[in-house]
Design a binder for this molecule. Structure first.
Ligand SMILES: Nc1ncnc2c1ncn2[C@@H]1O[C@H](COP(=O)(O)OP(=O)(O)OP(=O)(O)O)[C@@H](O)[C@H]1O
Ligand SMILES: [Mg+2]
Length: 336
């Protein structure tokens, strides 16, 4: 029962999400622009703030962490902190995480202004860059103003191209970020990423390029899904004692990773969006007006029509829902 011969996967790490590759393909333009925003820190200046947006699995988090690692390796005068706002969604939690990244542990009782003062004290002799990933779920956007005013360069990341649109003027004018798009990958681009990892992850001759291409195509622009599909397919083939990974293994694994997309997407929804998703899950298909009415019945403080449209656009963007038709004739349908 416990026999297990690892004869296909040589090293699992290059197939895992957190892996940061040594070389990055198909993101040259993005790499250049991000570097040009952060480079002034090497001369002791503040970094230019930057807003990065694009769909899931397009390399936003990976490229940012890769760039910050490179920059820190170049100068001891530059420090950085990475915060995923999904996990740290208040000003207090975010500042605590920033201090944590700087090697400082705080007590829970410190107030937000004390934490901020503490950050400023810590970075007196260095230039700090803070990456706020999934910034749309950060509850207190005033923090962006405070951090930027403190001379901290911000890298803000979101799936939502409009994540910063509703900020008030004071915050907007203090940020003035560059914007940088990460479009969905084409099948061949994902294939190149998979091919690059193949020799590190697989025993030679155990997976064919055509099967990697199948995983790339099924992933529909999302590298995370492609990597996870390949990893699961390989584990499955190994467990069954087969010599190599086949197209069947890839197709089988994709059925499971399709669910991964859903889990990832659901994690990113606020209460309003979750309610709308659940209504559609129940009714399957609905005209926009009926959906909006049902939503107002189910939620305490329903949003305005404009925010409702933003919520629905997000559900469509995340691939959870499909929208057809325009304005009042629009009909929404559940996808996954
Ligand atoms: N150009 C690339 N070269 C090599 N690996 C890549 C590239 N782009 C993405 N990847 C890999 O794909 C996976 C997903 O990338 P990443 O986590 O950066 O996506 P993301 O854009 O942050 O997605 P999300 O919006 O869902 O957080 C990671 O394992 C990453 O290493
Ligand atoms: Mg990410």
């Amino acid at each position: 029962m416990w026999d297990y011969e690892p004869h296909i996967i040589k090293d699992e790490k290059p197939l895992l999400d957190a892996f940061i590759p040594e070389h990055i393909v198909h993101r040259e333009g993005q790499k250049q622009l991000l570097a040009s925003c952060l480079k002034p820190t090497l001369a002791g200046h503040k970094a230019t703030n930057i807003f990065i947006y694009g769909p899931c699995g397009t390399g936003k988090t990976m490229l940012t962490n890769w760039t910050l690692n490179e920059l820190r390796a170049h100068s001891s005068k530059v420090s950085s902190a990475y915060v995923n706002c999904w996990k740290h969604n208040t000003a207090h939690a975010t500042l605590t995480k920033i201090l944590h990244e700087l090697g400082v542990f705080t007590t829970y009782h410190q107030a937000v202004h004390e934490l901020l003062a503490h950050v400023e004290k810590e970075i007196k002799d260095t230039k700090l860059i803070v990456c706020l990933d999934e910034v749309d779920v950060l509850e207190t956007k005033d923090l962006l103003y405070d951090l930027s005013r403190a001379g901290i360069g911000l890298v803000l990341i979101s799936n939502d191209p409009y994540a910063l649109m509703d900020l008030d003027m004071r915050i907007k004018s203090s940020l003035q970020p560059e914007t940088l798009e990460f479009p969905a990958y084409k099948t061949d681009e994902i294939l190149d990423i998979l091919l690059q990892r193949k020799p590190y992850a697989f025993v030679g001759g155990t997976i064919k390029e055509k099967d990697l291409k199948l995983a790339a195509r099924l992933a529909n622009g999302d590298t995370r899904i492609a990597l996870e599909t390949v990893r699961r397919a390989a584990l499955n083939a190994e467990e069954k004692g087969e010599e190599r990974v086949s197209s069947e293994h890839i197709k089988e694994a994709f059925k499971k990773t399709g669910n991964l997309r859903k889990t990832e997407a659901l994690k990113r929804l606020n209460n309003h969006e979750k309610t709308l998703y659940l209504i559609l899950k129940e009714y399957k298909k609905m005209p926009t007006k009926d959906l909006f009415n049902e939503y107002t019945k189910r939620i305490d403080k329903p949003a305005t029509d404009r925010s409702y449209r933003n919520y629905m656009n997000k559900l469509v963007r995340l691939g959870l829902v499909n929208g057809k038709g325009k304005l009042t004739g629009r009909i929404y349908e559940i996808l996954i």
